[in-house]
Write a protein that binds this ligand. Structure first.
Ligand code: GUN
Length: 286
């Protein structure tokens, strides 16, 4: 039986640490870290994410500010909201919930966020800093995955890590963080030949492709650590259910450690957003 890496428990621990440091920041500098979340439109999944972010912020003693804009908002209006938040000294972190409605240019709005407040770590300056080995604000999901991996491995040095997926939000920054931790990193994706054979060589597999239960037991080396970033809604016997990118039932007996879905990476992402908001608020003290 694999060791279960419990994201609910670990994220609660991270939140307690953040809350303690938030209180210190308040006591020593009179500053309450504040996170602004901008949500455009009424995508139901995004609404759930944003609600969870606001709840966790409260738990950590972080002030949260919500900006809800209509689905037909234009670029200029969104830019004006971001610009106002950029300039507000009482706002330390800015998150524009993705995906944005089709008429809006995501890359442009990400680049418009003040990099000091870029708690998502998506700004080109944050991406460049991570790629050149000087991480500042690091994307929350990969950061959460690294904290999970550190529960299992004291030293990641020399481990072969295979990252499945190459998104800007997870796959690419995940590979950069693993490289920074001295792993040998292979990124595989939809054009990769022999994905299974490459995965079978891995000490660590991080699956982030959004394909339900893609990763099977025969992709996994005995004793590997498996991190499942996928959250896919599927119907089983007429009932909606969340599954990861990993076929948990078959992989679990083969792996040394594995994250469940739900209750794995998901809660870690939000805890890391609070961690980043604290980091950003501290860095803005000067
Ligand atoms: N949508 C899905 N994941 C994320 C995330 O990490 N940040 C933002 N801003 N939007 C998302």
């Amino acid at each position: 039986m694999a060791r279960l890496i419990d994201g609910k428990q670990l994220s609660a621990q991270v939140l307690v640490e953040v809350a303690t440091e938030v209180q210190q920041l308040k006591a020593e500098h009179g500053i309450t870290p504040a996170l602004a979340v901008v949500l455009v439109g009424d995508d139901p999944a995004s609404q759930v994410y944003v609600r969870n972010k606001v709840l966790r912020a409260e738990e950590a003693g972080i002030r949260s500010i919500e900006h809800r804009l209509e689905a037909d908002t234009d670029q200029q209006t969104l830019n004006a909201v971001v610009d106002q938040l950029n300039k507000d000294p009482e706002v330390h972190g800015i998150l524009v919930q993705l995906p944005l409605p089709k008429q809006l240019d995501e890359a442009q709005i990400i680049a418009a966020i003040n990099p000091a407040k870029d708690v998502d770590g998506f700004h080109p300056l944050s991406v460049g800093a991570l790629a050149s080995g000087q991480p500042s604000l690091v994307p929350c999901t990969p950061l959460g995955c690294m904290i999970m991996l550190q529960q299992i491995h004291n030293d990641l040095s020399g481990k072969h890590a295979v990252v499945i997926g190459r998104s800007n939000i997870v796959g690419k920054p995940m590979a950069a963080l693993l490289l920074q931790a001295n792993c040998t990193v292979t990124t595989v994706h939809s054009h990769t030949q022999n994905i299974e054979a490459l995965c079978r060589q891995a000490d660590i597999v991080v699956a982030a492709v959004g394909r339900p239960e893609l990763v099977k037991a025969d992709w996994i080396k005995t004793g590997a650590t498996v991190i499942d970033v996928g959250i896919n809604a599927v119907e089983v016997d007429g009932r909606r259910k969340l599954v990861g990118d990993v076929d948990f039932a078959s992989v679990e007996p083969v792996a040394e450690a594995i994250t469940p879905v739900p209750g794995g990476v998901g809660p870690m992402t939000i805890a890391c957003l609070m961690k980043n908001t604290l980091t950003a608020a501290r860095a803005q003290l000067a």
